[in-house]
Write a protein that binds this ligand. Structure first.
Ligand code: MG
Length: 297
């Protein structure tokens, strides 16, 4: 096996979406704007700003339109939103969102709970949404949730994941994202899944959305680095978790990931001290200790 460690890695910051979606206290739009600007000051260049979801299900995202209308859009930053269905995409188009994530779940149970659709229905819809987003001029990442296992169903066969992806790539997304929504991936499985996914995506960019539910987040990053992954979703403080996954824990923490990559000599373009300061400030603001490690040394 050829072992190629990259010189540079890009982080896709999800604290404003995955990170805070389960926080009960609603964060004012102005605070979200301040946080976005601080994350950019720390060096982050891909920011997931919000999801366009029904606020009845995720009240924290009720200000999506307002937020998108108020943020300053810097040229060298990729601002992204998560889309859930056609109405959601229409809202994003209306806000001139430049980049969207369109995900479906590889698990029937999670798919029904998360989107009220079977996997097969969700697949058909995702293809239509990708095509519509592309023709609206948006950048698109298409993703598969629970690609490494499901809290409800246990193991998810790799063929199920590669089959979904081979359908998604026909709609020409710019990037394929594999999400370990239930935090069940291990490094050996990571290698196998990436190998098989590579066979169906060709040279298309593959990114990872990892949760640290069982403490294997960074071990999985290390394995994925050796198999061509250069983009990782991370959340400041390690906040996050799907509202429709029992026991869901946070995403891999941005500061812990930056620390590991820096120590290995991999360029990330992020000022770690600046990020730790922001994480601790936000922790105070939220009022509970975040799971990230290096900000609590
Ligand atoms: Mg997530």
């Amino acid at each position: 096996m050829k072992n190629i460690i990259p010189q540079e890695v890009t982080l896709h910051e999800v604290v404003l979406r995955d990170g805070i979606q389960n926080e009960k206290n609603i964060i004012p739009t102005e605070e979200k704007i301040k946080l976005i600007n601080k994350l950019i000051d720390c060096g982050l260049r891909r920011i997931e700003v919000s999801s366009f979801v029904n606020p009845r299900f995720v009240p924290q995202m009720a200000d999506s339109e307002d937020l998108w209308n108020k943020i300053e859009r810097k040229k060298d930053v990729l601002y992204s939103a998560l889309i859930l269905g056609e109405k959601s995409l229409d809202r994003a188009i209306h806000c001139h969102v430049p980049h969207v994530g369109i995900f479906l779940s590889a698990s029937e149970t999670h798919s029904l709970k998360n989107s009220n659709r079977s996997v097969s229905e969700a697949k058909k819809e995702a293809i239509v949404l990708i095509e519509k987003a592309k023709s609206a001029g948006m950048g698109v990442r298409a993703g598969v949730m629970n690609a490494f296992g499901c809290a409800y169903e246990g193991k998810i066969p790799i063929e199920k994941v590669t089959n979904l992806i081979s359908n998604l790539v026909k709609a020409e997304p710019d990037e394929i994202c594999l999400a370990d929504t239930s935090g069940m991936a291990n490094p050996r499985q990571m290698r196998e899944v990436l190998k098989q996914v590579r066979e169906v995506v060709g040279d298309r960019t593959v990114s990872l959305h990892l949760h640290n539910t069982r403490g294997l987040g960074l071990a999985n990053v290390w394995e994925a680095l050796q198999h061509g992954v250069r983009i990782f979703d991370t959340s400041m403080g390690g906040l996050g978790g799907c509202p429709f996954i029992p026991g869901a824990r946070g995403n891999i923490a941005t500061e812990d990931t930056v620390h590991m990559l820096h120590e290995m000599g991999i360029k990330v373009g992020i000022d770690l001290n600046c990020l730790i300061n922001e994480s601790l400030c936000f922790e105070k603001f939220i009022g509970k200790e975040f799971p990230a490690m290096v900000s609590h040394l």
